[in-house]
Design a protein around this ligand. Structure first.
Ligand SMILES: Cc1ncc(COP(=O)(O)O)c(C=O)c1O
Ligand SMILES: Nc1c(O)cccc1C(=O)C[C@H](N)C(=O)O
Length: 411
């Protein structure tokens, strides 16, 4: 560190040495000197070291040798087999309720249309102004298509959607509540169980966006009574750029689920090809076109790693990493005008923090030039995404020290 600080009491080397998950870091691809500190695992997770071999086995084996026969032999089931595994390892979802498909954006559209259709007499979709843009844009589109309106919650920048905020806005007009479990900017962790309960008491259907929580902390969709959920697999699940998303539909909703994008892969018998469209039973009816089986392969290997580490240990490391980042921010950056825009209470915080300063747009570019990689989120935020299985405490220290040095140089 370039300067002594109160945070120096927590030494990165000591924390790394005591980290029970430290050996998992060697299971990830080593980018060499190109990357000094990777602090953006919540935008794009790192590849596993074995991913290249795994993909080449797939090319030589199932694809290369079995060719079209592999669809019948195994691929038709892959979205559901991998979905069930994800449900078991990360989501607290019993089998038969999770599928891997499409992108998060497309699945939000499908589930929002399906959920709105369940409440034909209700006119409002409840969501937060601070939600990720794709969620907002899609909800605005669905509202326009279906004659609904959006009721916007306005949580503070450094926080998120509390149970009270939701409860005040719920009414007999609310059709659907669509919220992020962890807010993409502040990292606020919503109380999904309590909000789901409150929404149900008001007669509304709930959809959770789990993009920033899947693989970062334990989730209990069945126990929380969630109706629908979606999320991506390229962040803490390290599925790779553009890896397909997942959707959860509670068993109770499946028989009546109406997929607005009816394609042949969601039909009862895709290879009938003559009968008019009739939806498949179960999660298959959420499919539209050919499942992206190739793009699911890295996720399969990562789920084994997550299962080996265990979600409780992953959450414990995540909390330790964000605590450390906040201590360093307080010790090194606060006096340079940096503010914390994330919760201080670990119980309501996910696996990233956002810090703000007017110079952060330019500083992020300078950091990237030096192999220190957080991301920038407007208007003035640097977001530090700390991926428990691949991020070290040393990386956090190097990153925050570099921000300190850049700010000091400019002061
Ligand atoms: C909360 C949230 N929802 C949705 C998305 C986007 O989903 P996709 O671009 O994979 O459709 C992201 C990140 O990109 C996100 O952070
Ligand atoms: N999906 C992304 C992409 O295709 C390019 C760059 C970043 C992303 C992200 O995932 C952004 C991320 N969801 C966020 O929370 O800001």
């Amino acid at each position: 560190m370039s300067e002594q600080s109160p945070a120096a009491a927590l030494d990165a080397a000591t924390l790394d040495a005591a980290d029970p998950l430290r050996h998992f870091r060697s299971r990830f691809f080593d980018p060499g000197a190109q990357v000094v500190a990777y602090l953006d695992g919540n935008s794009l997770g790192r590849p596993l070291r074995d991913t290249a071999a795994y993909l080449s086995e797939f090319v030589a084996g199932a694809w290369g040798e079995r060719l079209i026969r592999a669809w019948d032999e195994q691929w038709m089931e892959v979205p559901f087999v991998v979905g069930d595994r994800l449900g078991q390892v990360c989501l607290g979802a019993a089998p038969g309720q999770t599928v891997i498909a499409d992108s998060t954006s497309v699945l939000i559209y499908k589930l929002l249309r399906a959920a709105v259709a369940e409440r034909p007499d209700r006119v409002e979709i409840l969501m937060a102004r601070s939600d990720f843009p794709t969620d907002r844009y899609l909800a605005e589109g669905v509202a326009a298509e279906t004659g609904r309106t959006i009721r916007w919650l306005e949580p503070p920048l450094d926080s998120g959607v509390s149970v009270d905020l939701v409860q005040e806005a719920l009414s007999d007009r609310t059709a659907v509540v669509l919220l992020s479990h962890i807010a993409y900017r502040s990292g606020y962790l919503a109380d999904a169980a309590a909000i789901t309960r409150a929404a149900h008491e008001a007669g509304a259907v709930v959809i959770w966006d789990l993009c920033h929580s899947a693989g970062a902390l334990p989730i209990e969709l069945d126990a929380w009574g969630v109706d629908y959920a979606v999320g991506c697999t390229y962040k803490y699940l390290n599925g790779g750029p553009g890896s397909p998303a997942f959707a959860y539909v509670a068993a109770a909703h499946q028989a009546t689920l109406r997929n607005p994008l009816t394609g042949w892969m969601g039909a009862a018998d895709p290879f009938d090809m003559i009968a008019p469209f009739a939806p498949a039973t179960g999660m298959r009816r959420l499919l539209t076109g050919t499942p992206p089986v190739l793009a699911m392969q890295p996720l399969i290997a990562m789920l084994d790693l997550v299962a080996e580490a265990g979600m409780p240990a992953i959450r414990a490391k995540s909390i330790a990493l964000t605590e450390f980042a906040i201590e360093l921010t307080d010790g090194l950056l606060a006096r340079l005008g940096v503010t914390l825009s994330s919760p201080r209470d670990a119980a309501v915080r996910g696996s990233h923090i956002t810090i703000d300063h007017p110079d952060f747009r330019e500083i992020t570019l300078a950091l990237w030039d030096h192999g220190i990689i957080p991301d920038f989120r407007p208007p003035t935020g640097i977001r530090l995404g700390l991926s428990p299985l691949s991020t070290s405490f040393a990386e956090v220290e190097v990153g925050i020290t570099a921000i300190h040095d850049e700010l000091s140089r400019r002061a």
